[in-house]
Design a binder for this molecule. Structure first.
Ligand SMILES: Nc1nc2c(c(=O)[nH]1)N[C@H]1C(S)=C(S)[C@@H](COP(=O)(O)O)O[C@H]1N2
Ligand SMILES: [Mo]
Length: 210
């Protein structure tokens, strides 16, 4: 997919028809226009970065009282949490009941102490991908910096060693190979938000395109 023009990709997605019927979802767990899969497709724009754990770092900066830089050991020493959640991708697949473990975003915020004027958080990655959310979304109790998927270390193609996980929004809001959180006063667009995806990305109201 690395040679794809992102605008062309968005145009194709816009033209695609939903595959799924609402009737096969009695518990209403699948957002409109999505179909379920038990597979975990890989969707990466560009190359997959490989990061050795001894070189890995997470930087937290800008509008915080305590800018921090964590190595892998320091990250693993923070309080962790396990969650089971559903994933929804804007390309129309959803995967139900996926199991994750990671450090809640709130623990990182506790360490870094966002300043009152910090209202947005930009996720930065090895490889350069970015995505941005209002800080209020990041404080959700299912928002993790995730390092385990299904009881095992997160595979590289899915963002290992560490990815962001914001299950309530389309999956492009969950940056793989996370290496930075930038706290900002003003709203900015990340990679897909600049290339035609919605700025927020709620699957239940189909905030697909911007
Ligand atoms: N660093 C990085 N993170 C990323 C992406 C990417 O290309 N690079 N793609 C996003 C998109 S569009 C989706 S749908 C999900 C896919 O995650 P998966 O490959 O684990 O299914 O990752 C998101 N996070
Ligand atoms: Mo995506």
């Amino acid at each position: 997919m690395s040679d794809w023009n992102p605008l062309k990709r968005v145009a194709l997605l816009k033209a695609a028809k939903p595959k799924r019927q609402r009737e096969d979802d009695p518990l209403n767990r699948v957002p409109p226009g999505q179909y379920t899969t038990t597979k975990f497709p890989v969707l990466t724009y560009g190359d997959t970065p490989k990061i050795a754990l001894q070189d890995w770092k997470l930087k937290v900066w800008s509008l915080v009282e305590n800018p921090i830089e964590l190595n892998w050991e320091q990250l693993l020493a923070l309080p962790r949490k396990e969650i089971v959640c559903d994933l929804h991708c804007v390309t129309r697949w959803s995967q139900l009941d996926t199991k994750w473990e990671g450090v809640p975003f709130s623990e990182i915020a506790k360490l870094a102490q966002p300043k009152p004027e910090a209202r947005y958080v930009m996720q930065h990655c090895y490889g350069g991908y970015t995505t941005n959310l209002p800080i209020t979304e990041m404080y959700g109790d299912d928002v993790l910096l995730a390092f385990h998927y299904d009881g095992k270390p997160l595979p590289t193609e899915h963002g290992g060693p560490l990815r962001m996980l914001v299950p309530k929004l389309y999956l492009w809001k969950s940056a793989k190979w996370l290496n930075g959180l930038e706290f900002m006063a003003r709203d900015r667009r990340g990679f897909w938000e600049k290339n035609g995806y919605h700025h927020h990305g709620d699957p239940w109201t189909e905030e697909r395109f911007g």
